[in-house]
Write a new protein. Structure first.
Length: 463
């Protein structure tokens, strides 16, 4: 009888080792290594090896290049993130915190595709058929012809899918609940998730169906277990949001058929998710422009310009080591801006606590936000409110120079669309022939902006 092999698999990154260790050498995660029986999985490739190879035809690099055919959902925000619709034969992973609305989003997408006349299948491994039906009823989707099943066995799911003409879209909610007989480990382990995902990806490639898999995210923001799945699929989308806010952001972090970092904005309502066509207006909606410490950043998410309010509070600190707290931005970047303001512009924060918040719970990764952050900080420290009709963007270097950023034109266009009439931008960007804004001021040095804000105070003091 063959000895059952077992190996030790990191549940975080999927690395396999021969013995247990407290820390995974591959990804550095602690306590993530678990013993798994791998006899079942190992057996399959060995059988495959024994088989005589089939001759595959080799083709040239030139030739008819078929444009990836896509199924448009006709939901602009969803199409934008996928790069123009679901690509046939592709596999997608949608990650997100529990309760953020992944199931809601996907049942709505499935219904939408079905209404457009495509065959659609929704497999729920988490909820019973009645629960999904109840939700569909609440969302007003009962008229859509979606094939629904509550099932967790990969073999049964594949047999069902292969029994008729291949569907255009298959939703698997979620990949962590699936199990396949090819692997011996319990459901939810990396081995199971990987084997199940592999089978589904293979099905997508061979049948031409788009397979969308839901993946849960752990506390620290990684798709639990199926990080290995991220490498297998064609696109990885994250559904993010803030418990305190109604809107949700679908963000593409990997996309073989489109741009990454593209975002789609939705709002969670009593009747499900609604797309938000003008997110800048949503994020700026509750703005109080007369108080010091708030600036408007003309940002870019993927290819989409987005106006975001940045709020700073600088207050005298009772502590020896003042506090620095950031929400929605990189704290190391904040330290850098504070250091540049101190060293190059003579603005001192050493006796002050600094709090920085990106309004609306959004997270910004762009260095172009430097200038807007600096403006908010100086405004709060000096108690001078910034002009309410002005937007800011520009990267700040350690020397205090304001460096140019990409796509200044589309940032300005968005600002103008929302009624902003002036902008502080990097000097070097003015060469792009910017003309949208009636009043653009080019800045070469961060000090120039500090001087402008300080001038605002002196003119106020006079009247
Ligand atoms: P769900 O799609 O079940 O989240 P996930 O699949 O990511 O775990 O979303 C559940 C949440 O969404 C729940 O807290 C209630 C809320 N919700 C609404 O606010 N309106 C709705 O119409 C629906 C269906 C859900
Ligand atoms: Mg769900």
């Amino acid at each position: 009888m063959a000895r059952r092999a077992s190996s030790f698999v990191c549940q975080n990154c999927g690395a396999v080792t021969g013995k247990w260790a407290g820390r995974c050498e591959s990804c550095g995660e602690w306590n993530s290594i678990v013993e798994e029986q791998t006899g079942g999985v190992g057996a399959a490739p060995r059988q495959a090896l024994a088989r005589k190879g089939r001759v595959v035809p080799l083709v040239g690099l030139t030739g008819e290049n078929k444009e990836a055919p896509r199924i448009s959902t006709k939901v602009a925000e969803l199409d934008r993130v996928t790069g123009g619709g679901f690509v046939r034969g592709s596999a997608l992973l949608v990650g997100g915190d529990p309760g953020i609305g992944k199931s809601t989003l996907l049942i709505q997408a499935a219904a939408q595709i079905a209404r457009l006349g495509h065959k659609t299948v929704y497999i729920s491994g988490e909820e019973a058929v009645d629960q999904v039906r109840l939700r569909a009823e609440r969302l007003g989707l009962t008229d859509a012809d979606v094939g629904l099943a509550a099932e967790t066995s990969v073999e049964d799911i594949l047999a069902t899918l292969k029994s008729g003409p291949p569907p255009a879209l298959v939703i698997i909610d979620s990949i962590q609940t699936l199990w396949t007989e090819l692997a011996d480990s319990p459901p939810g382990t990396v081995t199971q998730v990987r084997a199940s995902a592999q089978a589904l990806v293979r099905y997508a490639k061979t049948s031409g169906a788009t397979v969308v898999m839901v993946g849960h995210v752990t506390k620290d923001g990684q798709i639990a277990g199926p990080r290995v799945v991220e490498h297998m699929v064609d696109a990885v989308l994250y559904f993010e949001g803030d418990g305190a806010h109604q809107y949700r952001i679908l963000r593409s972090v990997k996309n073989r058929f489109g741009a990454t970092d593209e975002i789609g904005v939705f709002e969670m309502t009593d009747n499900g998710l609604k797309q938000v066509a003008n997110p800048s207006a949503l994020f700026l909606g509750e703005r109080n422009s007369s108080s010091p410490g708030a600036s408007v950043f003309a940002g870019l998410e993927g290819t989409r310009p987005l106006l975001i309010e940045i709020q700073a509070l600088v207050a005298p600190s009772p502590l020896g080591t003042p506090r620095r707290a950031v929400i929605g931005w990189d704290s190391a970047r904040l330290s850098m801006i504070l250091a540049v303001l101190e060293a190059r512009c003579g603005v001192k924060f050493t006796q002050h606590d600094v709090y920085l918040n990106v309004a609306g719970g959004l997270r910004i990764n762009e260095p172009a936000a430097d200038l807007a952050v600096a403006a908010a900080l100086v405004s709060s420290l000096s108690g001078v409110a910034l002009p309410p009709d002005c937007v800011y963007f520009g990267e700040v270097s350690l020397s205090g120079a304001v460096r140019p950023v990409s796509q200044a034109q589309s940032r300005l266009k968005e600002a103008q669309k929302l009624g902003f009439s002036s902008a502080l931008a990097p000097q070097a960007n003015l060469k792009d022939g910017l003309k949208d804004m009636p009043s653009i001021t080019g800045l070469a040095e961060l000090g120039d902006m500090v001087a402008r804000i300080a001038a605002g105070r002196s003119s106020e003091a006079q009247d």
